[in-house]
Write a protein that binds this ligand. Structure first.
Ligand code: ADP
Length: 183
């Protein structure tokens, strides 16, 4: 399986697993959060627009994120496959992704939902200590996740392509479960 969507709350370990898996399978790791943070650091027009939303823990407007995903999926390394990490994050993004994939005659093979309890997530994110990892912003991001992103679990379940994974174990253990799941 070479086209995957990683779904799950902030701090669930999607990025850690996506990096490993993408490297091993020679497919593209597409993290909208990483791309946006790079744009903020480089002060590009996209970064300047995204900065305030990200600092508050709000979602960046859909059209900005969609544009960057579209561009990224057209790059050479993504032709061999991809892992979408942190996208889609709401119903509109999920619908737009379906349309975008149809237009390039691709589709996702599987959506993997990472499950981790809230108290564990908060602990992990506080330890990570990114600029948007203060307790207040973390709580807000978890709220945004619950309201806007979690409904996508049912959306992908109804397509019959969802698999859930216990993200509350050691990194290597999660990687092993993921390998087994995607075989
Ligand atoms: P985390 O999963 O820890 O929240 P991410 O790196 O995925 O970290 O996202 C960090 C921030 O980047 C989000 O809080 C949001 O502001 C922005 N962001 C990332 N992906 C998206 C997206 N698909 N749509 C809107 N905003 C996004």
């Amino acid at each position: 399986m070479k086209r995957l969507i990683f779904l799950g709350p902030p701090g669930a370990g999607k990025g850690t697993q996506a990096i490993k898996l993408a490297e091993g399978a020679a497919i593209a790791h597409i993290s909208t959060g990483d791309i946006l943070r790079a744009a903020v650091a480089a002060q590009t027009p996209l970064g300047k627009q995204a900065d305030d939303y990200m600092s508050r823990g709000d979602l960046v407007p859909d059209e900005l994120v969609l544009g960057l995903v579209k561009e990224r999926l057209s790059e050479a390394d993504a032709q061999n496959g991809w892992i979408l990490d942190g996208f889609p994050r709401n119903a509109a993004q999920a619908e737009a992704l379906d349309e975008l994939l149809a237009s390039i005659e691709q589709s996702a093979d599987r959506t993997v939902n990472f499950e981790v309890p809230d108290d564990v997530l908060v602990g992990r994110l506080l330890q990570r200590g990114r600029k948007d990892d203060t307790e207040e912003v973390i709580r807000h991001r978890l709220g945004v996740y619950r309201e806007q992103t979690a409904p996508l679990i049912a959306f992908y379940q109804s397509k019959g392509k969802l698999a859930s994974i216990d993200g509350n174990t050691e990194v290597d253990q999660v990687a092993t479960s993921l390998q087994a799941l995607l075989k």
